[in-house]
Design a protein around this ligand. Structure first.
Ligand code: WTA
Length: 701
């Protein structure tokens, strides 16, 4: 099979159709969306005005005059002319009715530490005081960027909402990323202020987090970027939980500076709907992460609307999205969506299985959580380590979400029957950092669930599957191809920060039929995922078609992993491939070829793993590093990742006759597979979907 024939669009995929599950009548009776007329309201002929329904969930200072401006495609503008403030919408406006209701309930990881409820009133006070500090002490103003490197502590949403109050653009870097990764994002976003914390708990250990700030600043400085101030929150009041010294004149303990801003009130700045609210970096085909820029009005309207209809959030619910705010899921569905609706959002600091696999269910029981939201990797881990734990706790979910990766039907059924006790409606929500909010899901009271499929496009989203030649694959044909969204929607990101041409090239160029057109119909959005649509209209997402590996729901770019690997002096070339992993979905394996004169050694493998830890973060740590005599290459010198992916997954190497060095393949296969057999690391038999993914890997090159 040649590379061209591997085109996913041509592969007809046949697998077993799964059974449907219907939501419980009790759920339907109380659901926010229980009248099927909603589909009509959001039908294509009512686009784009249908999204007024979402925007009307917000409090606007000034109404928009144009719902969707398509004059500079694909830079769509939503609710043009409108003005609002996101912090006001998530905090102030709830004071009238719900001043002393919990906005957040924060659960620290150590069970000996008390859970903390932060009321809307208290949140209001803390957000205002911190906004005053940012404005008057740091000199931040509308349009400036600020980088956060914060874990799951209440200070994270407080910092976000304080920035939003001032029109300052926040850029949160996932706390588990390395200092160097944070530094790169500081440089890219042009931030002069870094907000961090001294430490936090993870798996029973108080981690030194401030140390990463120093690495971040050093990385930024090397690239000529200056950070004026580092604001350091404290995890434990009254002490400093880091071994690294505070740098005088640069580092400040937030609580000390805050004492000058007690009781201050900062008027929320009325922002244009299309002003940027935040940046969220994500991985793609190149080594450099992309800063996805999200808007204020469109984004907030979209997350509020989808939180209401798809999460079925009512103000009286206790909603727990067990994700990290460092990812888009947390921004949209821990902070902005739930708070815009004035509900109580639960935040948990730590790992799911600390101190045991019953922890999430104890939290749910104790807090009376009735909506639960998490990722397949967490579900798989909890199933593996505590399959019977949920039974032991008296909690009842009306609704649950799975997000971030394809979920295996078998795992879905455990989630439904054991975690959800057969009572909860499940939504499998497919979307991306770039999208702001859900793209594919069932509407929980109105559309039956089907394990392993996300469902149809959500309200106001019209997806289609395209083949490599640019034709639409007939709807419902079960043929695989690239899933695209035919229309713009309010939650779509506005651009890649500082790189508008890449934004156009990556997401729109592939299927744009007329670059001169200002009609949105000519600009389908290319999501970078393979998918099939069944006859019932439900989509099944097959995974990335570009060089992204989804590890435990986290997007890692193969190029990023490879560039980190070749910083090791002995390494000449590196290739990253995914291996199927029963808990994390996918894990990373790195193949490296050494420079002449070096001999393979365990230390080199360790150095590669350490380089990835330092430059990206522990989440990216490879499962194995394989030192090989040479990489399998095409005659034009390209590394054939699909060949080594086949070796790592024991799925065969495919046709290798066109390679420049086919003989090396057998050497590598023998070495890697013998070693894996010895280590007891032979994968189970793969599903049809997994096989296709391995075969297609590296196809984007
Ligand atoms: C994958 C996370 C299958 C997909 C919100 C997408 C999914 C990437 C699902 C985006 C799902 C996300 N079923 N696959 N329900 N949700 N994905 O940017 O490959 O971290 O392109 O956004 O995760 O990951 P990101």
């Amino acid at each position: 099979m040649s590379e061209v024939q591997l085109s996913e669009a041509e592969i007809a995929v046949h697998w077993r159709e799964e059974e449907y599950y219907s939501p419980a009548p009790r759920f339907i009776g109380q659901a926010n969306a229980s009248d099927p007329s909603i589909f009509e309201r959001f039908s294509e002929q009512n686009f784009p005005e249908c999204f007024k329904e979402y925007a009307d969930l917000l409090s606007w200072d000034k109404y928009w005059h144009t719902t969707l401006d398509t004059s500079h495609p694909p830079f769509w503008k939503w609710f043009v002319g409108g003005r609002l403030n996101a912090s006001y919408n998530c905090v102030d406006r709830h004071l009238v009715k719900n001043r002393n209701k919990a906005a957040f309930i924060w659960v620290p990881e150590p069970e000996s530490e008390e859970t903390k409820a932060i009321t809307y009133q208290e949140l209001y006070k803390r957000v205002n005081e911190f906004a005053a500090l940012l404005r008057d002490f740091c000199g931040l103003k509308q349009g400036d960027r600020v980088t956060f490197h914060l874990p799951m502590v209440p200070e994270l949403p407080i910092s976000m909402l304080a920035c939003a109050r001032l029109g300052v653009v926040h850029s949160e870097v996932f706390g588990g990323f390395s200092g160097a990764a944070c530094g790169e994002r500081i440089v890219d976003s042009g931030s002069h202020v870094l907000i961090t914390i001294d430490g936090y708990y993870r798996n029973g250990e108080l981690l030194d987090h401030k140390a990463k700030a120093d690495e971040a600043i050093a990385t930024a400085q090397k690239q000529g970027a200056e950070v004026d101030k580092v604001l350091v929150w404290r995890r434990l009041p009254g002490t400093y939980s880091s071994k690294t010294p505070m740098v005088p004149g640069r580092d400040f303990h937030v609580d000390e500076v805050l004492s000058d801003h007690r009781g201050r009130v900062v008027e929320p700045i009325s922002m244009p709907a299309e002003a940027p609210l935040f940046l969220m970096y994500t991985s793609g085909t190149t080594a450099q992460p992309k800063g996805c820029q999200h808007s204020t009005g469109g984004y907030l309207a979209y997350v509020a609307g989808t939180s209401k209809y798809y999460q079925d959030i009512h103000p009286e619910d206790t909603y727990w999205c067990f994700a990290d705010i460092g990812w888009i899921t947390g921004h949209s569905y821990i902070v902005y969506g739930p708070l815009a609706l004035g509900t109580t959002s639960v935040m948990y600091e730590g790992v799911p299985t600390y101190p045991d696999a019953g922890r999430p269910w104890r939290i749910a029981e104790r807090l009376g959580v009735n909506i639960f939201h998490t990722a397949p990797t967490t579900i798989r881990m909890l199933r593996k380590l505590g399959p019977d734990e949920p039974k032991k706790y008296d909690y009842h979910f009306k609704h649950m979400t799975t997000v971030g990766e394809p979920i295996e039907p078998d795992v879905w059924r455990w989630y439904y029957q054991v975690v959800g006790k057969g009572e909860a409606a499940i939504v499998d929500t497919w979307w991306q950092t770039e999208n702001g909010g859900f793209l594919g899901s069932t509407l929980p009271a109105l559309q039956a669930m089907k394990p392993g499929s996300c469902g149809p496009g959500v309200l106001g989203i019209y997806p289609a599957i395209y083949d490599e030649q640019g034709s639409v694959v007939p709807a419902g044909s079960g043929r695989a191809g690239n899933i695209c969204i035919r229309n713009p929607w309010p939650g779509i990101f506005q651009t890649i920060w500082g790189q508008p041409e890449r934004y156009v090239q990556i997401y729109y160029e592939k299927y744009c039929t007329d670059k001169g057109s200002t009609d949105w119909r000519d600009w389908p959005y290319f999501a970078g995922d393979g998918a099939v649509q069944a006859a019932d209209g439900y989509f099944r997402i097959l995974g990335r078609v570009d060089d992204v590996i989804n590890v435990a729901g986290h997007r890692l770019g193969t190029k990023e992993l490879e560039s980190a690997s070749i910083t090791v002096e002995e390494v000449a070339e590196a290739a990253a491939v995914p291996v199927i992993d029963d808990v994390r979905g996918r894990a990373v394996e790195i193949y490296v070829a050494l420079k002449p004169g070096y001999t393979p050694a365990r230390e080199i493998e360790d150095k590669v793993a350490a380089a990835i830890d330092t430059l990206i973060g522990k989440i990216a740590r490879p499962k194995h590093v394989w030192i090989v005599p040479d990489m399998p290459k095409t005659r034009s010198g390209k590394i054939m990742r699909r060949v080594i992916a086949g070796i790592s997954n024991f799925t065969g190497t495919g046709d290798i006759t066109t390679l420049a060095n086919p003989e090396v393949v057998e050497t590598i296969r023998h070495h890697v597979q013998t070693e894996k057999v010895e280590r007891g690391d032979v994968p189970r038999e793969l599903s049809e979907q997994e096989l296709q993914e391995v075969k297609a890997f590296g196809h984007a090159e």
